[in-house]
Design a protein around this ligand. Structure first.
Ligand code: 3H9
Length: 708
């Protein structure tokens, strides 16, 4: 007998459709597998077993997705029964055919539910994947045992180690699903498929018995290649090797034993700090999208955008806009500059064509939406204009005077300045309420971070429009207040200075880079400087020399290199030496000699630093300035800093960003370090009032993340 829907769980319902028991998971927003869903699914399977009228079971998801995975919010809390592995085993053991019909996301535990089902159908737009690795986990509900049995070791490893999503057609060719539906009506497709299986007397078909592992002898090379690849590329991540171990177990152990092994490894991942950091990053990246203005104001429609300036930044921004399908008008001062701007845009696309990621005809389609002009009047119809000209207040204000003249009243006027005072730019025209900062990071078409800089007089709906644009561009927007460097570059300036102090005090740039790299950054600060071009920082330092506090410590080593024309990779020499065409540098004895001379000039007796000491100073500088940025309300919460540093500055994601890392180290320990360093240089190492307050009250940064 089928219980009435009223007596069932709210999040999983089941009812008979003819002879098929239709099970619907309805747990918005993504049908995550929280405890009630797990209970509901098991109850549905039991109901199917008990009901003679039910000859098959069909599982679908309500809303936009099948099932988005285990409920990430439950991680780290006491576990509640049934576990997801129990649920999947229950589904697989069902004596009647179980069909999973997949639309939208079937990710992680969601796909594991489908793998435990006996038949699978997906429709266009479905996204299937085992992305647990991105959260520091592994598929822990039988995924590591069932996926290789179903699709083979190599394909399963590739899915689990990359965490990528595959569409319905690829899932079909991998053998992950049995059929792709003709329409996107998931209910009709699922019912028709289940009916067809019944008519054909299709048997219960358990993935645990599937033959993907039949070619056992060929799995060893795939396993060792995966291990070698991880050793090369995933830099101390905990879960990837565990995934390989689990797949190895799938090959070598009986199914039940493999499941037990998987559970042990899953729990080890669950308890690792990396899982904490990665889950923090996941939720923080969603939290930053909900800036106060997005809750109170309606964004203005954006159908066409102007970009002023065709340099590297302007062209990158134009490409980002074109890639999102928005038509772009680029403004330059003369025909030659405009031709260069267009060439910059084309160069980005040609690079993609060379890598096989774009076709000529796709490039043609994108460029058909691109126009250029040397007259600002061409911007008259634009809904938004993004200025990306030379970083000079007078130049920017001249551009905004033109924008004021030509742009329609509803147009949003954005500046891509990296550090200029946006309040002053806004104040120079009669419509400051329309002016906002959109700080892109280079290369603008690739980097995910977008700082939305909110000047004092801007209208809330303009800010909401900026967040809306970020969504269209698939960028991660972080709300920032106006100050020198906003969030990211302001903090960068401080931890880079800390690195310079370390260098002058005795650590070599190579040692600092190695320590920072081993901590998890893709590059150390001096490698980054060589990549970006030493001349850029040099120009900024010269410009700021007049306003620099004469009492502040200023390390001149970078200036000595720049004076020699050693600007990094582009001149084949910077902190490192670069062989022709190589992007990997080698240590330079002359640089070491210059550093030694500078230490002498500054009367510094060099000391030795361990990698741990280097990281403690580097991180303390980052965390302390981060605390200042929150204290001054430049960033809404510590998590905004975490998202900024992870997505714009290479901060290792598995550590969750500097503020999350500080919480794991303990704020009292960070403050104790700063107080120790303060004895040497009280001007540089001034403990942030916020850090002091949190330590005194026994709180951490996480306690501030709820309060925006
Ligand atoms: C796993 O499954 C482990 C198992 O193998 C083993 C267990 C034993 N849980 O991204 P959106 C929230 S690990 C809880 O903006 P979209 C999200 O925070 C899991 N909440 O939507 C947001 O909340 P809010 C493996 C979740 O349409 C809201 O849903 N699965 C979960 O752009 C909307 O999210 C994954 O890693 C969750 N699992 O994208 C998939 N997922 O509105 C993770 C989302 O309060 N999820 N939320 O800010 C995703 O990739 C995307 O959310 C998805 C939808 C593609 C599903």
């Amino acid at each position: 007998m089928t219980p009435s829907i009223a007596s069932q769980s709210v999040v999983v319902t089941h009812e008979l459709h003819g002879n098929i028991l239709l099970v619907i998971v309805d747990n918005p927003p993504v049908n995550a597998l929280g405890v009630e869903v797990r209970q509901g699914l098991l109850a549905a399977v039991e109901a199917a077993e008990m009901n003679d009228a039910a000859r098959a079971v069909l599982i679908i998801g309500a809303g936009r997705n099948f099932i988005g995975g285990a409920d990430i919010r439950e991680f780290g809390k006491p576990s509640r029964l049934p576990t997801l592995p129990d649920v999947c085993n229950g589904i697989e053991s069902c004596r009647k055919p179980v069909v999973a019909a997949i639309h939208g996301a079937a990710l992680g535990g969601g796909l594991e539910v489908a793998l435990a089902s006996h038949y699978r159908i997906a429709v266009d737009g479905a996204k299937l994947g085992l992305p647990e690795v991105k959260l520091g986990l592994l598929p822990g509900a039988g995924g590591t045992q069932r996926a290789p049995r179903l699709i083979g070791v190599e394909a399963a490893l590739s899915l689990m180690l990359s965490g990528r999503h595959v569409g319905a057609q690829e899932a079909l060719s991998l053998g992950l699903v049995d059929r792709v539906g003709q329409s996107d009506d998931i209910l009709a497709e699922g019912l028709a498929y289940a009916q067809e299986l019944l008519l054909a007397h299709a048997p219960v078909r358990r993935t645990r018995d599937a033959l993907g592992l039949a070619h056992g002898e060929s799995s060893a090379p795939a396993l060792s290649a995966a291990r070698a690849d991880i050793a090369r590329s995933s830099k101390g991540l905990f879960s990837p090797l565990k995934i390989v171990d689990c797949v190895d177990a799938a090959v070598t152990m009986p199914f039940e034993e493999g499941l037990r092994f998987e559970r042990e490894q899953f729990l080890a991942c669950l308890n690792s700090p990396q899982r904490g950091g990665l889950v923090h990053a996941f939720f923080s990246e969603r939290e930053v999208q909900k800036a106060p203005e997005t809750r109170t104001a309606v964004p203005r429609p954006i159908h066409a955008v102007g970009v002023v300036g065709g340099g590297t930044m302007g062209a990158g921004i134009a490409v980002a806009l074109l890639d999102s399908g928005l038509p772009v008008t680029m403004i330059e001062r003369d025909d030659a500059s405009l031709a260069r701007g267009r060439a910059h845009v084309e160069k980005v696309y040609d690079g993609l064509i060379a890598k096989g990621r774009l076709t000529d005809s796709e490039k043609g389609k994108k460029l058909a939406c691109f126009t250029g002009s040397i007259s600002y009047d061409a911007l008259a119809g634009g809904d938004m204009v993004i200025e990306a000209v030379f970083e000079d207040m007078a130049v920017k204000q001249a551009v905004f005077a033109e924008l004021e003249r030509v742009c329609k009243p509803s147009a949003v006027l954005a500046t891509n300045t990296s550090y200029l005072d946006i309040d002053a730019i806004a104040a120079s025209i009669s419509r400051p309420q329309d002016v906002v900062g959109l700080h892109f990071f280079s290369p603008a078409n690739i980097m995910k971070l977008l700082e939305v800089v909110v000047p004092a007089r801007v209208n809330a709906e303009v800010v909401a429009t900026a967040f809306d644009l970020a969504k269209k561009l698939r960028k991660i927007p972080v709300r920032a207040g106006v100050c020198d460097g906003f969030i990211g570059n302001r903090i960068l300036a401080v931890y880079r200075a800390a690195a310079d102090h370390l260098m002058e005090d005795g650590a070599s740039p190579y040692q600092i880079d190695k320590a920072v790299h081993d901590f998890g950054f893709p590059m150390g600060p001096y490698q980054v400087m060589d990549l970006a071009g030493g001349d850029i920082g040099w120009a900024t330092r010269k410009r700021r020399a007049v306003t620099r506090d004469p009492n502040a410590r200023y390390v001149q080593i970078s200036d000595r290199l720049c004076e020699r024309g050693w600007f990094g990779q582009k001149t084949a020499r910077g902190f490192y030496l670069y062989q022709q065409g190589s992007r990997t540098g080698t240590q330079d004895q002359e640089v070491k000699a210059i550093i030694a001379a500078e230490r002498e000039r500054a009367s510094v007796t060099p000391r030795t630093f361990s990698h741990e000491q280097i990281i403690r100073r580097y991180m303390a500088a980052m965390i302390n300035e981060g605390a200042n940025v929150v204290h001054e309300r430049i960033a809404l919460r510590p998590l905004d800093i975490d998202v900024t540093l992870i997505n714009g500055f290479g901060y290792p994601r598995h550590r969750g960003g500097p503020m999350n890392y500080a919480d794991t180290v303990g704020l009292a320990n960070v403050l104790a370090d700063i107080r120790e360093f303060e004895k040497e240089d009280p001007l540089f190492w001034r403990p942030s009032p916020l850090l002091v307050k949190l330590v005194e009250s026994g709180n951490n940064f996480a306690s501030l993340n709820q309060t925006a």
